[in-house]
Write a new protein. Structure first.
Length: 209
């Protein structure tokens, strides 16, 4: 099932209202957390896969989704709200909603047509496009079967005078670059959702679509 970008970015609209201008992104420095997180939460069990042809979100990659998380494809509808589904060279393609699992947040897949370069460069472009991002710490990793880059960073709300932790990873595939991003309402909520992000990361592989 495809949903218009209005529904896909309702949470993003709220974040735009509540978030003020933050500091510039740093490519190095003290990380807000370890790049391979140890949240203390139990590992997530898988309920299905996303990315293959015929799945909720056909993507250049395939990965396992956690129990009760619900995936929906994001479709741009030609309105001004489409801008909320863009971040640098990336376009939001899929969001996996944590609410059915009891959390408030999304694991989102963003895609770009770029096939050249490195996962690190793709990820840096994604983070740099968020004006509220800072304290970014990058790591070269392997995500499932794919070379990848991962970042742990913070986004800052001037209105709330509060920062929250975020994770993202990037891979390059024959179908383009893909970023998987995990946010959340706050850092505590984010940490509760990390097992779902880790499950997606360890199961990641290129799609044959």
């Amino acid at each position: 099932m495809r949903i218009p970008v209005r529904g896909a970015v309702a949470a993003a609209l709220a974040a735009v209202v509540l978030t003020g201008c933050g500091g510039a992104t740093e490519s190095s420095g003290k990380p807000p957390a370890q790049a391979s997180p140890a949240s203390g939460a139990p590992a997530a069990s898988g309920a299905g896969t996303v990315g293959a042809a015929g799945s909720a979100c056909p993507l250049p990659v395939v990965f396992t989704t956690a129990d009760h998380w619900k995936a929906k494809a994001v479709k741009l509808d030609g309105t001004a709200l489409d801008a909320l589904a863009k971040q640098g060279p990336f376009t939001m393609a899929c969001e996996i909603d944590a609410k059915p699992a009891g959390n408030i947040g999304f694991l989102r897949a963003w895609t770009s047509s770029a096939e050249q370069g490195t996962p690190r460069a793709a990820l840096e472009a994604f983070v740099a496009a968020d004006k509220n991002a800072g304290k970014a710490a990058y790591t070269e990793i392997t995500a499932g079967s794919l070379p990848a880059a991962e970042v742990v960073y913070e986004t800052y709300s001037k209105l709330l005078d509060e920062s929250k932790q975020e994770h993202a990873l990037a891979v390059l595939t024959p179908g383009g670059a893909v970023v998987l991003h995990l946010g959340g309402m706050d850092t505590d909520e984010h940490k509760e959702m990390l097992p779902a992000y880790e499950l997606a990361k360890k199961s990641l592989r290129a799609s044959s679509r």
